[in-house]
Design a protein around this ligand. Sequence first.
Ligand code: NI
Ligand code: MN
Length: 226
Amino acid sequence: MEITYYGQSCFLFQIGEHRVLFDPFISPNELASNIDVDSIKADYILISHGHQDHVHDAERIAKNNNATIVATFEIANWFGQKGVEKTHPMNTGGKVTLPFGTVKMVNAIHSSSLPDGTYAGTAAGFVVETEDKAFYFAGDTALTYDMKLIPEQFDLDFALMPIGDNFTMDIHNALIAADFVQVDKLIGMHYDTFPYIEIDHEEVKEVAKMAGKELILMEIGESINL
Ligand code: NI
Ligand code: MN
C-alpha cells in the first residue's frame, strides 16, 4: 500500500483502488503549505477524535469527494449536520468491514471535543486489516496497557504513533507501545506542528534505533510504499 503524509496526523493510504484518509488537518498547518487540499482524493476519511488538529479539513475533503466519514457516533452526527452526506458512526470496540478492509475502533487515552465545543465521544485509534497488510493508527493517546489487547487479535505489520510528547506519548512511550502491539516498524506522527510538540529528529531516530525499532519520519507531501 502507498502512504502519503500531509502533516500532523494526516495520512492518505492507497489500498488497492481505495483511498483512505486519516485525521485531515492541512490548510491551517504552515508546515503543509505546499499541499493543495482540494487536490486530495479520498473515498473514506477516518477520524480518531474531534480536536481541530484532526478534523479541520474533513468537511471540505468529504464534500469535494463525496467521501464517507468514519468516526465516533458523535463526530459522525456532527459532520452529518454540516451536510456531509455519507458518514459511518462507530464506537470503541466496534468493527466494520469496508471495501478496503476491516476497521476496528480501539481505545485511546485522550480527550475529545469538536472545535465548537460539541461533545465528541471518547478519543479512539483504529486497527485496519486489509488483504495485504494490517496496521494500527493510534490517534492521540497516552501509553496504555489496552494496547496489549491488539496483538491478541491482529498480526500487525506496522503502526502509526504520536511521538510529539506534551499532548500524547513521546518517543520513549511510543517505543514501549510498539512492543505492546508487537511491531518493529513505526511511522511517527503528531510532532513539530506547534511549539509544544517540536522534536529533535536525529535524537528520536537514535532512540528508536537503540531500541531496535525502525522509525519512519516522513516529509510532508512524501509517499512511501509499505
Ligand atoms: Ni487531540
Ligand atoms: Mn492532536
